[in-house]
Design a protein around this ligand. Structure first.
Ligand code: ADP
Length: 151
């Protein structure tokens, strides 16, 4: 069985993430959306909220799982016995950043990173932009799955 982990902060999940995850399950038997926990980082949404948004979004898709993890992504991959890391690429900046991480990960463990190019209609979406729209009372609903709601 081919399984991939899709790691990130998902603060919150966007339609860009959604697109990569949906396309990911056409390539892998299981896609594990893994929310990385970084104690030094300030988030807009709590870990529970971020997890719930993703779980609700994929409630009808048993091949998409949601977990949280601490520490290095490759260590977590080894722990749950996953061979692939799935990542999305939007632009040259993503490419440079992802290249360095993927090379480092390959030095640390025999885990392949698989990249999917963003879809044209979601290529501009980033969680940071969504947070900005929310902070400024804009209509964020066009950028995120329906499950993302502000209290
Ligand atoms: P980070 O890892 O910086 O916390 P995110 O949680 O936002 O970033 O993203 C996790 C993954 O989703 C990354 O591979 C990122 O490139 C990808 N991603 C984010 N937004 C999009 C998008 N609009 N289209 C494609 N991939 C995306």
């Amino acid at each position: 069985m081919k399984r991939a982990i899709f790691p990130g902060s998902f603060d919150p999940i966007t339609l860009g993430h959604y697109d990569i995850i949906k396309r990911g399950v056409t390539l892998f038997d299981e896609v594990i959306v893994a929310i990385g926990v970084n104690a030094d980082k300030k988030y807009m949404f709590s870990l529970e909220e971020r997890k719930q948004f993703i779980e609700e979004t994929f409630a009808d898709e048993p091949r998409i799982k949601v977990v949280t993890y601490k520490g290095l992504t490759v260590d977590f991959c080894k722990e749950i016995d996953v061979e692939f890391i799935l990542r999305g690429l939007r632009n040259p900046a993503d490419f440079e950043f992802e290249k360095a991480i993927a090379h480092t990960n390959r030095d640390l463990a025999p885990i392949e990173t698989v990249f999917l190019l963003t879809s044209a209609d979601t290529s501009y979406i980033a969680s940071s932009i969504v947070r900005d729209v929310i902070r400024n009372n804009g209509d964020y609903t066009k950028l995120v799955p329906k499950s993302v709601k502000i209290k």
